[in-house]
Design a protein around this ligand. Structure first.
Ligand SMILES: [Zn+2]
Length: 177
């Protein structure tokens, strides 16, 4: 499916008043066409208006990172510079676009495993089905050390979870570091 078709679907979905688009993005996630998905996500970010939710922009940023189409790096940097500040999330959604930029920069040196991309986005390990949690240690009520493993590349990760700020923070580090 082409990027144009994806746009049509997305615009139609919005015209029907379907909110946040999480079903749309779940489908997008399984779409094997890296080129079309990347082009669609760049278009979405490039045309951020009041109609877009920050959640959509954050999902788009993650998809761009997953697809590792490094030739889009300069365009993505340009788009980032003109992204409007928006409220509606716990943190500035533009940080996720910064993370996508970092992912593409790293990907230029060699293709990344999905776990390395997710690690840049500071997500909860259990939010991704290819990450298997192997151990959880809690020293304090609002802190946890989560040990986990990637099903794809078998890399081990240690994730520090902190809930002592306004929102939970997950920091990923490779187990050997
Ligand atoms: Zn991995």
């Amino acid at each position: 499916m082409s990027a144009e078709k994806l746009k049509e679907q997305f615009v139609y979905m919005r015209s029907q008043g379907l909110s946040s688009g999480s079903v749309f993005f779940d489908q997008l996630h399984t779409n094997p066409n890296d080129y079309a998905v990347t082009q669609f996500c760049l278009w979405l970010l490039d045309s951020m208006t009041e109609a877009n939710t920050v959640l959509e922009a954050m999902r788009a940023a993650l998809e761009i990172a997953y697809r590792q189409q490094t030739y889009t790096l300069s365009r993505l940097r340009r788009i980032r510079q003109s992204l409007p500040a928006r409220k509606g999330g716990f943190r500035d959604y533009r940080q996720d676009v910064d993370r996508a930029i970092i992912a593409l920069e790293k990907s230029k040196l060699g293709r990344l495993c999905r776990c390395e991309i997710v690690s840049l986005f500071d997500h909860a390990p259990e939010a991704h089905d290819f990450i298997k949690v192997t151990n959880v240690n809690s020293s304090q009520p609002d802190e946890k050390l989560i040990e986990c493993c990637c099903d794809i590349c078998q890399r081990q990760w240690r994730v520090t979870y902190t809930d002592s700020y306004h929102y939970p923070i997950y920091r990923w580090a490779k187990s050997s570091e």
